[in-house]
Every structure is written in C-alpha cells, then in structure tokens.
Design a protein around this ligand. Sequence first.
Ligand code: GLP
Length: 241
Amino acid sequence: MNIIRVKDYDEMSQKACEMIISVVRSTEKPVLGLATGSTPEGLYKCLIEQYQSNKVSFDNVTTFNLDEYVGLEGNDPNSYRYFMDSNFFDHINIQKNNTHVPNGIAKDLEEEVLQYEELIKENGAIDMQVLGIGLNGHIGFNEPGTAFSSRTHVVELDESTRNANARFFSSIDEVPTQAITAGIETIMESKKIVLLVSGEAKAETVARLLNGEITENFPASILHKHPDVTIIADEAALSQI
Ligand code: GLP
C-alpha cells in the first residue's frame, strides 16, 4: 500500500481531488466508485470547484456508490442518494442516469443487490474506488465478520456504526438497522483504490490497518492484498504509527 502523508483534512481532499481528476482525464469512459460520510465531503467540494473553473468535465463519467440505508427514500436528507446529489452530482455536469446508488427502498432487496452487481459489470470495472473507513475497520458497510468473498449484499448494521452515524439523525432510533453495501470482493475488483483518513479519532483504526493482521474481523485489512491502493492520511490520523 502506498501511503501519502498530508498535513490536514484540506490537503487530503486536495490530493484525492488531483487523483480523481487524473483518472477522469486519462480514461475514455471513466467509472468511479464513490463513498459518503464526512471524510469525502472536501474531495467533492474540490471536484466541484475544478469543474466550475473548467478544469474537468464529468459528462462521460459513470459512478457507483458503495452503499445505501435500507428504508430511506432518495429524497430523505439522510439517504446516501440525497447526500451524493446535494454534495456533488447537482453541482457538476454528470448525467444523472449515469450515477448509481443502491436502491434502499427496492421491493425485492435480493434482486436489487444482484442488479447492482450486474450494472457494475456492464460498465466494465471501477477505475478508481474512493473509500473512507469506519472506526471498526468497516469499508462501505461491510462490518467486522463479513466474508472477504462477499458481493453486494444486505447487512445488519453494527450498534457501533449506528451510534457513530446517529449524529446525522435526530435520534438513534431513526438510524436504519440495515443497509445495502457493495461487497468486499466487489470493492477489491476496482482497478485502483484510494482510502481517505483524517483526524485523531481514526488514529487507532489506521494503526490497526497498517500494523495488524489481515482478518475478516477488520474488513479494511483486505486492502493489503490489492495491487493498487493509496492511503491518503493526515498527521492526526497517523499519530499512532
Ligand atoms: C459510514 C459509511 C462508510 C464511511 C464510514 C466513515 O458508515 N458507510 O462508507 O466510510 O462510515 O464515515 P466518516 O467519513 O463520516 O467517518
């Protein structure tokens, strides 16, 4: 794994922004894998600014998001579809029907997860997958214990994840108990992966990622086996290394 050490959140976002732009410029029909959460917000801001100053176009870009809560409509402010539209897609020239987020209100969730996999395959492969990391090492919503061989599937969210994400909801009771997530194997099939980490709260997680063993109990540890992973981490996130 290639580690880029940066000063702070802004520099992390800037570096990730440069990497994405370089993929978009050098690929004929770029396919990006995208993540939600507080971590990539600065990256999306930077990409919007670059688009506004005519440095990049998203006209021919296709995107696949990692995950979505089960039970939330796309216009629910806590859904990941809403997050992506309001933080990114509504501000750039991407064609909306080329943006994909799992459908958390699909009648048949098992059918939805299969279709999502199919759709990724139809588009070739993900050229660059952006990842954040949960405190317990989850990537997407693949919680500890998820098989490394998993494909897109429905998950029961860990209590720790629901607690960590409760800050976006008015109460913990409103945080969904299930989500759809791209599987570990699905993520590992991406050509390039860039993992963003910022802040002291993630320092222990980063230390375990870099120094710990590869185990399904810590999903992100699988990234050691991917041939092209870059971790962009700030000084606070690397403070326990
Ligand atoms: C969420 C998302 C993940 C994200 C992680 C970290 O639960 N499902 O995709 O990477 O938690 O979020 P944050 O960036 O807000 O710390």
